[in-house]
Design a protein around this ligand. Structure first.
Ligand code: FPP
Length: 237
């Protein structure tokens, strides 16, 4: 990574293209997911080394439950593996793991593995790694609204407490806004990913499938980010 480049404070990654990566090689989709996990480990290590502070990974949307049961089951097992047997990779990167999303209908074994991952990494001082699992941006806004209505009803907050910053703080996780969102595989859509947090994010859509999006591709992405002119609605001076 070039020393003169600014690294975005909070990076979102929509890991897409695992299935196509496998198909291109005449393999079944699950091989693509496995390759995606292997790449994620490499990328995580690299992001930690270069000093990324916050990363949000979109690993399973609420809508992904519509997939074939076999593929969903495979992914659930992969999550368990990632957050238990293969968790030392994340520990080595000194990452603190948190999760965003709805619990229902995630299987108990996944919820348990998530809890363990959060617990064992809570004192790590490297990047905060927010896994969006069974996550939908619209549901996040609904769940937050319900939580705040409840607080209002109980007299814990007043209407004037509710500001854009206050809502941001009360989402599934209290994280800074997204600066940069990368969606691999050439698809140019956001698919319900962190709608509230991405109001002024820059987007980047490389053609590369996620299993091939390694450190070199990441460097290219950061270079691209540094060429953007972020004005947050203001006027160029
Ligand atoms: C997108 O590719 C990938 C997913 C919907 C699932 C990704 C999740 C994992 C690989 C499991 C665990 C990951 C981590 C980092 C803990 P796709 O299947 O939509 O690909 P396609 O668009 O080419 O079909």
């Amino acid at each position: 990574m070039r020393k003169d480049l600014v690294i975005p404070n909070h990076i979102g990654i929509i890991m897409d293209g695992n299935g196509r990566w496998a198909k291109q090689r005449g393999q079944i989709r699950s091989m693509g997911h496995r390759a995606g996990v292997d790449n994620f480990k490499k990328l995580m290590k690299y992001m930690s080394e270069v000093g990324v502070k916050f990363v949000s990974m979109y690993i399973f949307s609420t809508e992904n439950f519509k997939r074939d049961k076999k593929e969903v089951d495979f992914l659930m097992d992969l999550f368990v593996k990632m957050f238990t047997d293969e968790f030392d990779e994340i520990m080595k990167a000194n990452a603190r793991v948190v999760f965003s999303g709805r619990k229902e209908p995630l299987p108990a074994k996944v919820l348990e593995a998530m809890k363990k991952a959060e617990e064992s990494s809570k004192n790590n001082t490297g990047p905060v790694l927010n896994f969006c699992i069974n996550y939908g941006g619209q549901w996040e806004i609904v769940d937050t609204t319900r939580k705040l209505c409840e607080k209002y009803k109980n007299g814990e907050i007043s209407l004037n407490d509710i500001t854009p910053e206050f809502i941001q703080k009360n989402l599934y996780q209290d994280l800074p806004p997204l600066d940069f969102v990368i969606r691999t595989s050439g698809e140019q859509r956001i698919s319900n990913f962190m709608l509230y947090q991405s109001s002024y994010a820059e987007y980047y859509f490389p053609e590369t499938y996620f299993p091939d999006f390694g450190p070199e591709e990441f460097d290219k992405a950061i270079e691209e980010y540094n060429n953007r002119d972020r004005r947050f609605g203001g006027i160029k001076k």
